[in-house]
Design a protein around this ligand. Structure first.
Ligand code: OGA
Ligand code: NI
Length: 345
């Protein structure tokens, strides 16, 4: 065991110095060994958005309560918008490492490799993170100069994708509010993401072939409101439910929707923020694109009064998104830790 620990430390050191690919064999043995893998793929809820509005909103609420996760089919994000960013992403990750590093260091924005967050968490992936703050419309264009030889192509692909998926996130959040019967303001969630200073981000995750089921992106919950993610046709995403890991079948025509910690707090814990992770495939490269819909830094997050049962105290103290992020980046929490604990009433 001691030998194993030393080897992993050595691997980490290697990564931080060269940013090369790692052999994650040891990590996968350690981290996956004790966990059960469920065979419940068919149970992952997939919601057809072309169905009746009231039925869709009821299904969304049920899925958010039970799993904190669902997939959507028949969305109206144009396929060419998805295809363009996918192609731009693959071109970027295919560039020589020295060129990719110019778009780094990915803390928090830009290109990153293996290191996830400020607390030493590692994964067998590369990623490219972009701010999509509507108040800085030229941000992606400036970033694109280090990302692509044809920056305007990259920049329009990323901006169009972010706007289309922001629209999908808002539509789903309005349906969620309807399903929750927050009827006096069904835009209560979507307004946070539509804010001019919304801190939403876009991230492309790239998992090169590695030992089957190595940890690509370790277990965690997403901190924001809703995450909207799609991937190419390679499995790898897993969600945790009732102590089991379920493989989410890949479907390039669908989007995966994750309840984040912020929405869990606003629903006073009625929604689960889903624990999930990504594992690698030994044969094929997987690329996912995630939009993390977030409030502005100043937004005050608190359980909605409608979500707190009469006579009960709210489960969470009010906090600003800035306070939540400060705690997240303080280095005191690991990727897999419960970040909402700190804000329990
Ligand atoms: C994430 C994430 C999973 C995936 O980026 O937060 O959970 O499938 N990604 O890439
Ligand atoms: Ni995630």
């Amino acid at each position: 065991m001691r030998l194993l620990a030393i080897s992993i430390t050595a691997l980490y050191d290697y990564c931080s110095h060269t940013c090369g690919y790692c052999d994650y064999y040891l990590l996968s043995v350690c981290e996956l060994g004790s966990q059960k893998l469920g065979a419940m793929e068919n149970n992952v809820p997939k919601i057809d958005l072309s169905a009746r509005r009231s039925s869709v909103s009821t299904k969304i609420v049920k899925a958010c309560e039970k799993y904190g996760f669902f997939m959507v089919a028949n969305h109206d994000v144009p396929l060419n918008v998805v295809g363009e960013l996918e192609q731009q992403g693959l071109q970027f990750f295919a560039r020589p490492m020295a060129e990719k590093l110019r778009a780094g260091p990915g803390t928090p924005y830009g290109y990153g490799c293996n290191r996830i967050g400020p607390s030493g968490d590692m994964g067998a992936l590369e990623y490219l993170t972009l701010s999509t703050n509507p108040a800085s419309p030229d941000y992606i264009a400036r970033r694109a100069r280090t990302i692509s030889n044809r920056p305007s192509k990259f920049s329009s692909a990323a901006s169009e994708y972010a706007e289309a998926v922001r629209g999908l996130a808002c539509m789903l959040l309005d349906l969620t509010a309807e399903g929750l019967r927050v009827l006096n303001d069904t835009s209560v969630f979507s307004n946070l993401i539509m804010d001019d200073n919304s801190d939403s981000i876009l991230r492309l995750n790239y998992y090169p072939p590695s030992n089957d089921h190595s940890i690509g992106f370790g277990e965690h919950t997403d901190p924001q409101i809703f995450t909207i993610l799609r991937s190419n046709e390679v499995d790898g995403l897993q969600i945790s439910t009732q102590g089991n890991w379920i493989t989410v079948p890949s479907d390039p025509n669908a989007f995966c929707v994750f309840v984040g910690d912020t929405l869990k707090a606003m629903t006073n814990g009625r929604f689960v923020s889903v624990r999930h992770r990504a594992v690698t495939n030994s044969q094929q490269t997987r690329m996912s694109i995630a939009f993390f819909g977030a409030p502005s830094l100043q937004a005050l997050i608190a359980p909605l009064p409608e979500m707190v049962p009469a006579g009960m105290a709210p489960l969470y103290k009010p906090f600003t998104w800035e306070e939540f992020k400060r705690q997240m980046y303080s280095g005191s929490l690991r990727l897999g830790d419960d970040r909402l604990n700190h804000f329990r009433a």
